[in-house]
Design a protein around this ligand. Sequence first.
Ligand SMILES: *Cc1c(COP(=O)(O)O)cnc(C)c1O
Length: 406
Amino acid sequence: MKFTEAAPTAGLPLNWRDFFPYLFSQKSRFSLEEKLASFIGVDEAQVECSGTAALVVALEALKMLSDRKLVVISAYTCPWVALAVIKANLIPVLADSQSEHFAYCEKSLNSVVNHQTLAVVHTHLGGRVADVEKTIAIAKNVGAYVIEDAAQSLGAKLHNKSVGTFGDIGFYSLGVGKGLTIFSGGVVVTESLQIREALRRVGGNLPSHHLLELRRTIELIAYYLLYRPAGIGMAFGHHLRNKLKRGNLIQAVGDDCSFDFPLHKVGAWRKSIGASAADRLPAFIEQTKKITRGRLAILTKIPGVSVVLDTKGGEGVWPFFIVQIPSEEMRDRILEQLWNKGLGVGRLFIHALKDYDYLVPHFTDSKIPNAQVFASRTFIITNCNWLSEQDFAKICDVISEQVAHV
Ligand SMILES: *Cc1c(COP(=O)(O)O)cnc(C)c1O
């Protein structure tokens, strides 16, 4: 058994002082909402109980402004996105991705939007900035709204402006493993006064849930205690290896979304913990970027390996690297050697959306060959700041060896 282990993504660690924000934080006068709004560069940010909940709130707000029922989502994204659309009583429609990038295939997106499309969800996956301007042009053509899913991309910018502020609505996740975290949380923003009013109304109507709030607070304390080299092995690695041993890949990566999710208000203490930690976010992102440059150079030098990068003018954040390999067999051989080794190598989403059992009935007619190819050739490498140079070199050696083995 391994006693230290890399976290699967680069999360912002908490400090014990975060739990006593009124004693220690000089900037504690500002709320989590105010700090996020200023960090993102908008007038107002609304905090919800998860990224998924933030998307539901966004969709409910748009329903107050339009009668349209269809919501276009990417064929390769987090399954919770589809479930949020279904929860809002709307109909999810898949547009295919590109085969070597999670971003929309322009042709497929054009073919699925129409005058029944309420919104197109555009994703900046895993910190990577995807060309949102193209998506906006296609959506506006049919009068649809654009929602930017920047769940894993808080802090990413395009032309020096935060992603999430290009479309009509943007949302971010404050979930565990996504950078700044309050264990489970989300943020939704808009620059439209009309939409903001609707978002406020929907959010304001959500109930409080004291028991769940207590649980999330305990989980956040556990995150503080365990988000370190020895803790991750206990809290995350043990569970991962169990699931891998049983061959349950979907549970291993946390893709099992076949249960309902709650919608409730976030408590004041948990928000104040997030507000205190938020002060360290800019420096944390800069520090991660520094590690990234060198590692990106090493990775992209391996023949046959490509790493998903930002679109032109984009400056993303780096929770992990999204790596593409020429074939599924090679990818699986690499994972066979690395996935259970505590090195932060694993899979992102196991399938394209239509291939999850629990989503099959919703997408029987969707043709999404590119997303299926993308899913089959992708794996991720953590950018967690305690993965050592030696361990990173070991990962690269395994990849080089397998890719050379044709
Ligand atoms: C994690 C994630 C979500 C959902 O956010 P939660 O806070 O986990 O509910 C949505 N979209 C993408 C791309 C994600 O990675």
